[in-house]
Design a protein around this ligand. Structure first.
Ligand code: PBG
Length: 357
């Protein structure tokens, strides 16, 4: 004991950080190279490319697509450049994205008001819009990954991800619905189900339900750390749930003030069988992405959500930001933070830019 005390009191080498200090990362030898001029490694495009620590590629992009049950395209007002696609143009658009190198799409339905109900039963209808969309896309484009969102909000008359009774979101009753929803999506042929509802225990329950029905090959991406964020506003317009939302989602989505809690959410989802985890929103939560990746070293996805997209586009359309550079910089930041892939509404645009350079 005395020995230990003497040791820790011993003077440290000047380059060894004290325990109370943040450990120095790279430059343990800062000052040992007086000639070092950092700018040499930035002096030309070839050397910048050579020493780049992170690189964004088209394979890192996942494209979220809104689908509607009519024909043609419908603009989403709060997301300039984003359209809801009818089933008649869905396959062509996704095929074009695939040709650019985008590996996967995440489908989200715009649900007609008449199909919404307090028990969200349309969510488990094997003939619902999403299931029909999945069948068409997988039939025409078997090599593109198709991700389905598992949550009740597009189908729920009050806009919540879970079933609401007497002003409370019911956890376990919702999880049962989510399992049935994941099953109809798996039957339709999706590659991935992505529970985004934030109910407790849903990953384990969905995994069991899928396995029991023979869908052990279906991947689960858990929206593990999903925050109760105002940045989802434009999405809710796009899927037609915004004006319907009664109250907020704070009793199930996470408090933006927390990141230890995100680690617990991720740990639970992994324990329950998640193949990949997601952090959402993206850019305001880069620290969470970094902590999750460093702690668990599992495939970690970031979602650049609708509000982030809207901010970027609004500034670009006003001439206040350079659209292309802001887009690529924001996406590269996700890679730097540790994300393996990024969901972004600008995936097609980004892929075009990446293929140019
Ligand atoms: C619904 C869901 C939401 C998003 C993805 N799935 C909205 C919400 O939780 O209210 C948000 C995506 C975005 O804003 O781009 N479960």
């Amino acid at each position: 004991m005395a020995d230990l005390i003497r040791k820790s009191a011993a003077p440290l080498h000047p380059l060894v950080p004290r325990e109370t200090e943040t450990p120095a990362r790279a430059p343990a030898a800062l000052g040992a190279f007086p000639q070092l001029r950092m700018r040499r490694n930035r002096s030309a495009a070839w050397v910048r490319r050579m020493v780049a620590e992170n690189r964004l590629g088209t394979e890192d992009l996942i494209w979220p697509v809104f689908v509607h049950d009519g024909s043609g395209r419908q603009a989403v007002e709060s997301m300039p450049g984003v359209d809801r696609l009818g089933l008649d143009c869905l396959v062509d658009s996704i095929g074009a994205a695939g040709a650019l190198g985008i590996g996967a799409v995440a489908l989200f339905p715009y649900t007609e008001q008449a199909l919404k109900s307090p028990d969200a039963r349309e969510a488990v209808n094997p003939g619902n819009l999403i299931c029909r969309a999945v069948r068409e896309v997988k039939r025409a484009l078997p090599d593109i990954g198709v991700i389905c969102d598992v949550a009740l909000d597009p189908y729920n008359s009050d806009g919540h991800d879970g079933l609401l009774r007497d002003g409370r979101i019911l956890n376990d009753e919702t999880v049962e619905m989510l399992c049935r929803q994941a099953l109809v999506q798996a039957e339709a042929g999706c590659d991935v189900v992505a529970p985004s509802d934030m109910m407790d225990g849903r990953i384990g329950a969905v995994r069991q339900a899928l396995d029991a029905a023979g869908f052990d090959g279906v991947t689960i991406i858990a929206y593990a750390a999903k925050y109760a964020s105002c940045f989802y506003g434009p999405f809710r317009e796009a899927v037609g749930s915004g004006s319907r939302l009664v109250g907020d989602k704070k009793t199930y989505q996470m408090d933006p003030a927390n990141s230890d809690e995100a680690l617990r959410e991720v740990a639970l989802d992994l324990q329950e069988g998640a193949d990949m985890v997601m952090i959402k929103p993206g850019m305001p939560y880069l620290d969470v992405i970094q902590r999750v990746k460093e702690t668990f070293a599992v495939p970690t996805l970031a979602y650049q959500v609708s509000g982030e997209y809207a901010m970027l586009k609004a500034a670009a359309l006003n001439g206040w930001l350079d659209n292309d550079r802001a887009l690529l910089e924001s996406l590269t930041a996700f890679k730097r933070a540790g994300a393996d892939a990024v969901l972004t509404y600008a995936a097609v645009e980004a892929a075009e830019l990446l293929n140019k350079t």
